[in-house]
Design a protein around this ligand. Structure first.
Ligand code: SF4
Ligand code: SF4
Length: 166
């Protein structure tokens, strides 16, 4: 077994630490600073269009997790279904995107958001009001919708910052 003089290991460790002190940081101070995520992110929420949805329930039937619940009533005047309830339990959603791909009316989108940590599980259930495109508060992801992806900001890659500095 080889023994080193006392303190050499500490000195080596400190050298590494000091070297890193003078390097430019390659992380960001979230949440004050934010990176642009992928334009086609399958974020941890869904965005739903009240105006386009016909209540056909294709999305609910496609979902492998069975986490989409739709309740409709018949609107005899408008001769269509009225969507009384549209709810997704994102706590069980695996962000596979199948519901988005299956919607025949382009009424469902993966969300662009990724900051939805909650203290309680039941707060992960998204109701109509929480996911409505027409509220103007929800940004759909460009996943499955290239025309939306084109409008979103380019993804920020930390590796590019490192390369630029070098
Ligand atoms: S598949 Fe589309 S149109 Fe049909 S219920 Fe789902 S979101 Fe609405
Ligand atoms: S993304 Fe997948 S798991 Fe989540 S609601 Fe849609 S089909 Fe279901």
């Amino acid at each position: 077994m080889k023994f080193e003089h006392y303190g050499i290991g500490i000195a080596k460790g400190l050298t590494v630490t000091i070297r890193h002190l003078f390097r430019h940081p390659v992380t960001v101070q979230h949440p004050e600073q934010r990176l642009n995520t992928s334009r086609r992110i399958r974020g941890n929420e869904l965005v739903w269009s009240r105006d386009r949805c016909t209540g056909c329930a294709t999305c609910a039937k496609t979902c492998p997790q069975g986490v989409i619940q739709i309740v409709t009533s018949v609107d005899l005047v408008g001769n269509k279904y009225e969507v009384a309830k549209y709810e997704v339990d994102t706590g069980y959603c695996i962000s596979c995107g199948l519901c988005v791909e299956s919607c025949p009316y382009g009424a469902l989108f993966m969300g662009y958001a990724y900051e939805r940590a909650k203290y309680r599980r039941n707060e992960l259930v998204q109701g109509k009001e929480d996911m409505m495109l027409e509220s103007g508060k929800k940004q759909p992801s460009g996943y499955f919708y290239p025309e939306i992806a084109r409008e979103l900001p380019r993804q920020t890659l930390l590796v590019e910052r490192i390369t630029e500095k070098a």
